[in-house]
Design a protein around this ligand. Structure first.
Ligand code: BTN
Length: 246
């Protein structure tokens, strides 16, 4: 399933590089990894802090033919695959925060950013971007505005090899990417729910200037957050929304 693996020294963003390679004709099975990102991208237009040779910055390209609607839930499935990849390395169990933050004891270890190219109703290419803090230097992290941690801190005495991490991630992500159009999100719903850090927790949903308080009740078979309020349960779809503990 792996077609091309590019191990880059310095790049603006592995997602941006993958999108440029798609524009140049690359397709399914292209992977870009970098030691350093000068303009790492996070969700909601944020910067992903990406110091040299310490972390994992990975982008995998896959191509689909059924349009963007068939890819609903893919980013949540990527979160599950990343947790499994870390689990296989013997790391303590991580959890997911909707839609796809990787958490350890409530602190963020990594995140997922999907970007798309092509025709939203037909043939499209998706970049699955994964960032994991492996051994984040504290000096680089002063601008991270939320609780964070890294694999080195949670692994205890077992050193974490970035080579082993890359192999484990690709072992989980390639079959997921290749199989998703056949299965859709449905088989990923239950596994995601078992990893849900905010299950049955009082939360505040942030969406632009709007705030909505409720209780997180997991996700549905499309990956939509189930937010329980006094009005009942509402399905919240991804996008520019974030969740905070109330
Ligand atoms: C998030 O905000 O939680 C998502 C972070 C995603 C970061 C990764 S690092 C590799 C890939 N390239 C990028 O520029 N971003 C993603």
């Amino acid at each position: 399933l792996l077609h091309e693996l590019h191990l880059l020294e310095t790049i603006d963003s592995t997602n941006a590089e993958a999108l440029r390679r798609i524009a140049g004709g690359a397709g399914a099975g292209l992977v870009c990894c970098a030691e350093l990102q000068t303009a790492g991208r996070g969700r909601r237009g944020r910067t992903w802090i990406s110091p040299y040779a310490r972390n994992m910055y990975l982008s995998l390209v896959w191509e689909y033919h059924e349009g963007a609607a068939a890819l609903e839930g893919l980013s949540l499935a990527v979160g599950v695959a990343v947790v499994r990849a870390l689990d296989r390395l013997g790391l303590p169990a991580l959890q997911l925060k909707w839609p796809n933050d990787l958490l350890f004891n409530g602190a963020k270890v990594g995140g997922v950013l999907l970007e798309m190219a092509g025709d939203a109703t037909g043939r499209c290419q998706v970049v699955l971007g994964v960032g994991i803090n492996v051994s984040m230097p504290a000096a680089a992290a002063t601008t991270i505005d939320q609780a964070w941690t890294d694999l080195a801190s949670i692994a205890g005495s077992t050193p974490v090899s970035r080579n082993a991490l890359l192999a484990s991630l690709l072992n989980e992500l390639l079959p997921l990417a290749a199989g998703f159009s056949a299965t859709g999100f449905t088989p990923w719903q239950a596994p995601w729910m078992t990893l849900d850090a905010y299950a049955d927790t009082a939360v505040i949903l942030h969406s632009g200037e709007q705030r909505q308080a409720g209780i997180a009740r997991g996700i549905d078979s499309r990956g939509a957050l189930q937010l329980e309020t006094s009005l009942g349960v509402t399905s919240i779809y991804g996008g520019e929304i974030s969740l905070r503990v109330a």
